[in-house]
Write a protein that binds this ligand. Structure first.
Ligand code: ATP
Ligand code: MG
Length: 280
């Protein structure tokens, strides 16, 4: 198992002892996560375990109550917004599509952190926009507004917007939602390509554990706001972990294509075996 707790200046992104939540409710309690540079990390865990909350903290969309998130070794709260936006881009879960704006207009906005106060796009900005639309096969929708796209097309549009920011760190919260199996594989292949060819550091939240095992170098499992397992997929995806965290009994078999572990759940852990918990 890799050590999630110890970050260093080698880590572009490092959450140290963070606690946070909503109003009175603590969702994440004293968690540390050092994101491995130029690797793909999958963040998995049951519904409500705190994955989106943690991702937003890493992107400074939510502030932490205690602890610090470091970007390039500096407290992220001390960095100007444009500096953060040039370094990391986030695709949040269920983003709201602004009404009326075309993809072309929205994608241009993603270049503003790069162009400064004058907001004049240069050659490299147009190139980045073109690249993002081509990589996601969304050029044909450039002049459509997001609210007129289908669920899957809109998801790809958001991925294009995120890529147009041209950052070396990408945080993707359930990027494959709404996608058919072909588009789903295209997006995960794109994640792999961006990592392998450009050395991008990518964290993605996924519910499909088999996809996580296949596409990520490292899996981090969150349960009740705490990291309960962290390591390479072979070490993490085990029957005891699936029973404890996801409350399922499962067999693990090797994927014939990639030899990564595949989880085949066959029963839920019976309620008598689960402790009663009451949400506060
Ligand atoms: N805006 C909010 N106000 C109050 N509580 C919230 C808010 N957003 C999330 N929560 C609560 O915080 C906890 C963690 O939510 P979070 O969205 O981080 O979970 P998640 O692991 O991403 O779940 P899912 O897999 O369903 O997306 C949940 O119990 C949720 O009800
Ligand atoms: Mg979520």
């Amino acid at each position: 198992m890799t050590n999630t707790q110890n970050g260093s200046s080698d880590h572009l992104l490092f959450a140290k002892d963070i606690s946070m939540g909503y109003a009175e409710r603590t969702v994440i309690d004293t968690l540390s996560l050092a994101v491995e540079t130029s690797k793909v990390t999958a963040l998995v865990g049951p519904n409500g375990s705190g994955k989106s909350t943690l991702l937003k903290a890493l992107a400074r969309l939510l502030s932490v109550n205690t602890g610090v998130v470091y970007l390039d070794g500096k407290a992220i709260t001390k960095l100007p917004s444009a500096v953060v936006a040039r370094r990391l881009a986030i695709l949040p879960q269920g983003p709201n599509a602004p009404r009326g704006l075309t993809m072309a207009e929205l994608v241009e906005q993603r270049r503003f952190p790069h162009v400064g106060a004058l907001r004049m796009l240069r050659h490299q900005d147009h190139d980045a926009i073109k690249r993002a639309l081509t990589l996601t096969n969304m050029t044909k929708f450039a002049h459509r507004s997001l609210d007129t796209l289908s669920g899957g097309e809109r998801q790809l549009a958001w991925i294009a917007l995120t890529l147009a920011q041209d950052t070396s760190i990408l945080l993707l919260d359930e990027p494959t939602t709404f996608l058919d199996i072909g588009h789903l594989l295209e997006v995960l292949d794109l994640v792999q390509q961006l990592n392998q060819e450009r050395g991008m550091t990518i964290i993605l939240v996924l519910h499909d554990l088999n996809q996580a095992a296949r596409y990520a170098h490292r899996m981090v499992v969150l349960n009740h706001g705490q990291i309960v397992a962290d390591g390479v997929p072979h070490d993490v995806l085990t029957p005891p972990l699936l029973a404890e965290v996801f409350k399922v009994q499962a067999n693990i078999v090797p994927d014939p294509a990639s030899n990564t572990p595949i989880c085949l759940p066959y029963a839920v852990v019976s309620h008598e075996e689960q402790p009663d918990t009451v949400e506060s």
